[in-house]
Design a protein around this ligand. Structure first.
Ligand code: ACM
Length: 452
């Protein structure tokens, strides 16, 4: 009934009333681990650390029934007498939210932090910049968010449709907003990893400061890979060093994303790798760990502490590991949650390959990685409701992949999900995709996709 499934659960039979009183102590044990004892004498948490206690409380909330997930939970609940022993399999249990293609307003972002915490996920990777929008307030270069923070129009559905939505889109987070998100996440044992994507996916920055790019142009209104990458010269490196310094000031965490994906088209010869290397060195000199998409492996030698996100399958992750890098797996065939959830023609804006709940659940990261993350790209997710539909319940399956010991029983998971976990998501107001397909108002007939 617990999700993600704990290392062990032993039911003692019977139930006890619970009014919120918990006896908490610290004991040695695996990082983020805990032992939860529910007996006739009361509820006891023995945790390895603060995170372990936090996760024990998440488990306790799950055992308290779906109403415990409402904004006003019941004062008194009935708990099963049981003993739970638990700790995570991986230290990086992440989700990437693309807040660049479609801006996610701050209250909705904070809600996602809560949803991650309820699933014992601990990394929120924010993709803050892309061709279609710049979402980070820059005090040194304010045109980045003032000009780069909005676009005049967007492609209607898949880019091959040729149609346009016919309205502007925009938004950005102030530095204070982001400090608030970081602090809110920290209380929930979630590290926020910001990403400023260079040297590709940078058209919004070029629109703000045309000297940064080889060609001019406005904030991009199309989807896809834009060939207008950053101009690989010293002045551009210097500009971005200053931007990253502002980012470091807002995000105290060790890991800082520099993107590095899909920059090959139209690049000056040899230029891309040079740019990525320079920014990675800068982050390293500032005491942080650079974090890049697996294309950065082509950039030449990077600081060994650079973390690689392996998205084009697992092979780049293997190469990265051979070179001494830590790896976060996010292979697109399993963990791209913008991809369509079934081949049902009713799926809204069906793009990518079919990536079912079971496809996500069956993904088994190798033991030697730092962890894994699910990536939620938002070209076709223009609202929190659309995000909920794409993310859930696949993200619930992912949470179990990165937390629970290997060895999965899909049928058992589906039963536990349907009987115990979907009612929790209902209580939270998550507009997930029902197991048998979209509700009528979740379909988007007439918005063109491009199924692969
Ligand atoms: C990516 O999907 N471009 C990382």
């Amino acid at each position: 009934m617990i999700l993600p499934r704990p290392v062990s659960f032993a039911g003692g039979g019977g139930e006890v009333g619970f009014d919120g009183a918990v006896h908490v102590s610290r004991v040695g044990g695996p990082a983020e681990g805990y032992r939860l004892s529910i007996t006739r004498d009361g509820v006891r948490i023995r945790a390895s650390d603060d995170a372990g206690e936090f996760y024990a409380r998440q488990t306790l909330r799950q055992l308290s029934g779906p109403a415990a997930f409402r904004a006003v939970p019941p004062d008194r609940v009935v708990l099963p007498v049981c003993e739970v022993e638990d700790h995570p399999r991986f230290g990086w249990r992440g989700v990437m939210l693309d807040v660049a293609r479609h801006f996610l307003p701050k209250p909705d972002l904070l809600r996602y932090v809560d949803l991650l915490a309820a699933h014992k996920l601990n990394v929120l990777h924010l993709h803050l910049t892309d061709d279609q929008g710049w979402r980070f307030e820059s005090l040194r270069f304010p045109r980045l968010h003032e000009v780069g923070g909005w676009r005049a129009d967007s492609r209607f559905g898949d880019r091959r449709s040729g149609g346009m939505a016919g309205r502007p889109h925009g938004g950005y987070y102030t530095q204070d907003d982001l400090r608030e998100v970081v602090a809110y996440a920290a209380r929930r044992h979630i590290a926020v990893v910001p990403e400023i994507d260079v040297p590709g996916h940078s058209q919004a920055a070029v629109a703000a400061y045309p000297h940064l790019g080889a060609h001019g142009g406005g904030v991009w209104t199309d989807w896809g890979v834009n060939p207008n990458v950053l101009r690989p010269d010293e002045s551009t490196v210097d500009f971005y060093r200053q931007v990253f310094d502002e980012v470091l000031d807002v995000f105290p965490g060790e890991v800082i994303g520099l993107g590095g994906d899909e920059a090959e088209g139209g690049a000056a010869e040899g230029g891309d790798g040079w740019f990525v290397r320079r920014i990675a060195q800068h982050l390293h000199q500032r005491g942080r760990r650079p974090f890049g998409w697996d294309e950065v492996l082509d950039a030449g030698p990077l600081p060994t502490r650079t973390v690689i996100a392996s998205w084009r399958g697992e092979d780049p992750g293997l190469t990265a590991s051979e070179r001494g890098h830590d790896v976060v797996m996010c292979p697109e065939e399993h963990l791209y949650l913008d991809y369509r959830q079934s081949d049902d023609p009713r799926e809204p804006v069906p793009v990518g390959t079919v990536t079912t709940l079971e496809d996500v659940y069956r993904y088994e990261p190798p033991d030697w990685v730092l962890g894994a993350q699910a990536n939620v790209w938002t070209e076709h997710l223009d609202s929190p409701r659309r995000l909920d539909y794409a993310a859930f319940p696949r993200l619930s399956a992912f949470a179990e992949v990165v937390w629970s010991p290997a060895g999965r029983d899909v049928a058992e998971f589906r039963t536990r999900l349907a009987e115990h976990h979907l009612p929790r998501l209902d209580a939270l107001g998550v507009e997930y995709r029902p197991l048998d397909g979209p509700r009528p108002w979740q379909e988007l007939p007439g918005v063109p996709g491009f199924p692969r």
